[in-house]
Design a protein around this ligand. Structure first.
Ligand code: ADP
Length: 349
């Protein structure tokens, strides 16, 4: 091991000490040995040998300690550079071992906070790029509509109305998208506190159905609800969840079930309850989702290309998943193209 600065300094001090004390020892022993020079040299030689032996042992120990300190210092550099790997094992004993252990704990905490910081930055970057990317197209169309109307380029009243109707549609889409994106960002950033309490599933389903009633009415679609008969108190099924947020998740699923089904179809909503879990199934008789799209269906901005809903943004399902998982539940999907799509929200008891 190479000598470090402290060791070199100590060596200098040792040499000075020897240079000062050895003649002194020689003088004292010479005096006490009745001016016998041989005895004085012998005593001085023994003292020098003892001193050097102690020095060599102390030097080795010091070199070890300084080596450990240097290792820790190297590790600190690696932590700062982010290249350190901690295997959780501690090889040293005693005070140095303790220092290593505490240092490793600090390394782990530092690394975790670094990773968290990195993930947050990545999340923020993705969210901003997603929002700007998704808003560009409707904003560009709105700009064109405004310019056309402002320059009086559309003279026919009927066409003006069409343009305004389209502008209204784009605005609604943007509003829904921005609100959904903000909700999703808040949930994913962990700033939403779900207020979980015992909620009546039937009540939540009715609120969700009321919200999509207008949509269903327009397309003459119906919802059939089936609750478990043996659910104790007169058909009441309780779920420990946040009522508002779970209702929002149900609205998203019901809205999709309606959007991706033909007119005059039925949407089946059933609730299953047993000792292990409570599940809510929402099944439609619509276009279905291709098998290869199923693994991606909950990803942000993922859309299945079909003509049924060309305005799809691909955010409703990822928001629904975040809501359900944020409350400790799980959401799954099964589908067969042209036959059915069945979403299941499941909460383990
Ligand atoms: P959006 O936010 O536009 O409503 P979603 O995230 O809810 O989009 O849905 C993503 C994609 O999943 C949609 O483009 C659609 O193709 C598909 N999808 C969602 N629900 C259904 C369903 N019930 N039946 C068929 N396809 C569906």
């Amino acid at each position: 091991m190479k000598d470090n600065y402290e060791l070199k300094q100590l060596k200098k001090h040792f040499a000075v000490c020897m240079a000062v004390f050895l003649p002194l020892i020689w003088l004292v022993s010479w005096y006490f040995c009745e001016f016998d020079m041989r005895k004085a040299f012998l005593i001085t030689g023994l003292a020098a040998g003892f001193g050097i032996a102690v020095w060599v042992i102390a030097c080795r120990k010091l070199q070890e300690i300084y080596g450990d300190v240097a290792d820790i210092s190297d590790l600190m550099v690696e932590v700062v550079e982010g290249s350190v790997t901690y295997d959780g094992e501690v090889y040293k004993q005693g005070t140095m071992g303790l220092l290593y252990t505490n240092y490793y704990k600090m390394v782990t905490a530092l690394r975790e906070s670094r990773m968290k910081e990195g993930r947050e930055k990545e999340f923020l970057r993705d969210t901003i790029s997603d929002i700007s990317h998704q808003l560009k197209t409707p904003l560009a169309s709105l700009k064109v509509f405004v310019e056309l109307l402002y320059d009086d380029k559309i003279t026919e009243e009927e066409k003006r109305k069409d343009v305004l109707k389209e502008a209204g549609k784009q605005l609604n889409r943007m509003e829904w998208m921005v609100l959904a994106m903000l909700k999703l960002a808040r949930i994913e950033a962990g700033s939403v506190q779900f207020e979980k309490r015992n909620c009546d599933v039937r009540e939540m389903l009715h609120t969700a159905m009321e919200a999509v009633d207008y949509l269903l009415g327009k397309r003459r679609q119906k919802i059939e609800i089936s609750l478990p008969e043996d659910s104790g108190k007169e058909g009441t099924v309780n779920l420990f969840c946040d009522k508002e947020w779970l209702t929002e998740a149900m609205i998203n699923l019901l809205k999709n079930a309606s959007d991706y089904s033909a007119e005059d179809t039925v949407i089946k909503v059933s609730v299953e309850e047993n000792n292990l879990f409570t599940a809510i199934h929402i099944e439609d008789e619509g276009v279905g989702i291709p098998e290869e799209a199923l693994p991606h269906i909950f990803k942000r901005f993922y859309r299945v290309s079909n003509e049924v809903n060309p305005g799809s943004v691909g955010i409703g399902l990822s928001l629904t998943k975040s809501i359900v998982e944020g409350m400790g539940g799980r959401i799954t999907v099964r589908s067969k193209v042209g036959k059915y799509t069945r979403f299941t929200i499941r909460f383990v008891e």
